[in-house]
Design a binder for this molecule. Structure first.
Ligand code: HEM
Length: 142
């Protein structure tokens, strides 16, 4: 169960990261070119928003079963997964959520800018606390 979830959570990161990059790039392009924000653009943002929430759900389950989450602040691995990883990921996903909702309600001319700003900050926070192989955090590429 733990191994299966770890692989799902680890592999799903790539879908989340690719969707975030595509959505941010699309919003940047629309904003720069003063182009209309279409239903398709909002749908792309929706799929990205959903992918972050699936990752959040997988992460939350892992949080309860992972042997790394022991709240031992003297241990680097435990501190990372018990506090650092969850904190930045939750803040990042919260910003993406707020950005998606704000963009939905925003005036036509402000939608692209809202998605661009919130999703970019969310992505940066997520990137700051992803455990990459080689960081000594027991993580893999997939
Ligand atoms: C976009 C958000 C997230 C990304 C991209 C992400 C990415 C990752 C990656 C790459 C790993 C290493 C997996 C491996 O190779 O073994 C990992 C592990 C872990 N993540 Fe996340 N994560 C996210 C959100 C969360 C959240 C919100 C939580 C908690 C609520 C969480 C809890 C965990 C835990 C507990 C582990 C360690 C599992 C173990 O090895 O025992 N993650 N995460």
């Amino acid at each position: 169960m733990l191994e299966m979830l770890k692989h799902a959570h680890s592999g799903f990161r790539w879908i989340v990261l690719i969707l975030l990059l595509v959505t941010i790039f699309n919003a940047f392009k629309k904003r720069k070119g003063n182009q209309v924000w279409s239903d398709g653009d909002q749908k792309l943002a929706l799929y990205t928003f959903i992918s972050t929430h699936i990752q959040l759900l997988l992460g939350l389950i892992l949080y309860f079963i992972s042997p790394y989450v022991t709240f031992d602040m003297a241990d680097k691995l435990s501190r990372f997964y018990s506090v650092e990883h969850i904190s930045l990921m939750v803040i990042g996903i919260a910003l993406i959520t707020v950005g998606y909702i704000k963009a939905k309600k925003a005036a036509e001319g402000k939608k692209a800018k809202t998605i661009f700003t919130f999703f970019l900050i969310g992505l940066i926070l997520i990137l700051l606390r992803i455990p990459w192989p080689g960081m000594g955090l027991g993580a893999n590429w997939f």
